[in-house]
Write a new protein. Structure first.
Length: 255
């Protein structure tokens, strides 16, 4: 995975207020926050994540949430690095929104401290800060995927491929918290075909069944099998079977 990242802010925060909100205006950038002292609650879409000291949370761009800071219990401090991603992979960070990592002191505490220190010095230190951030994101992706088995990934990918939503491989990979290239490699190793080929074969089998078991039109069959253009459906069908849909229906009528 290649990411072109730009740090927009990196600092240590000391909280006095008890509430912070992105509920109305979406978050403008990505963020990684590590709590040092106190407690914080992140509330989003009727769900809540509680942070305790040394817990880390990944904050996705365009997300909406509210933060409740328990300053009534004592000092609340955290490290925060905000960043944006440029280029064709700008939306592809395979980490679940609001992913939480408990007791992140071993890797992430020193990394975030180094990023903040380099960011504050600017100049020649910015390259160091960016390289540290990239490594931090990479380690976070590894942590998020540590307990995700290959078989589980493939089964979930199959379900998404065969859903009516017509997800792209990139969208499915993002949902499964892996890179799109990694998903393609795992999927082909397990099934022998690419994700798109797997979906196409399933749709054509569904179309064959409808051609034989019903008398509905080719156009309707194409729509039911998620082909939004009947001419394209006929072209794909003939390429795979050597017959047009109507020829296939006629050939099977005698059985």
């Amino acid at each position: 995975m290649e990411l072109n990242v730009t740090i927009t802010n990196a600092r240590k925060q000391f909280w006095e207020t008890r509430r912070y909100s992105y509920a109305k205006t979406p978050r403008p950038d990505f963020g990684i926050l590590l709590l040092i002292k106190g407690r914080m609650d992140y509330v989003f879409e009727n769900d809540m994540i509680e942070l305790e000291p040394l817990d880390l949370i990944y904050l996705p761009k365009d997300s909406k949430y509210e933060v409740y800071i328990h300053t009534e219990e004592g000092p609340v401090e955290n490290l925060l690095v905000n960043f944006v991603v440029q280029g064709e992979n700008s939306e592809e960070i395979p980490i679940a929104p609001f992913y939480k990592l408990k007791d992140s002191s071993e890797y992430f505490l020193p990394m975030l401290k180094n990023i903040i220190e380099a960011y504050e010095h600017e100049g020649n230190q910015m390259l160091l800060a960016k390289s540290q951030l990239f490594f931090c994101i990479y380690q976070l992706i590894l942590a998020a995927n540590k307990h995700k088995k290959s078989d589980d990934v493939i089964e979930e990918a199959k379900k998404l491929l065969l859903s009516k939503n017509d997800y792209s491989v990139e969208e499915i990979a993002h949902k499964l918290l892996i890179s799109s290239s990694g998903l393609r490699q795992q999927f082909k190793a397990d099934t022998g075909v690419s994700p798109i080929k797997f979906r196409q074969r399933h749709r054509l089998e569904e179309a064959k069944n409808l051609l034989v078991s019903t008398d509905i039109s080719v156009k309707v069959i194409a729509e039911q099998c998620n082909y939004y253009d009947a001419a394209y459906f006929c072209k794909v069908f003939e390429k795979e079977t050597g017959m047009t849909p109507m020829e296939y229906r006629g050939s099977m009528a005698s059985y």
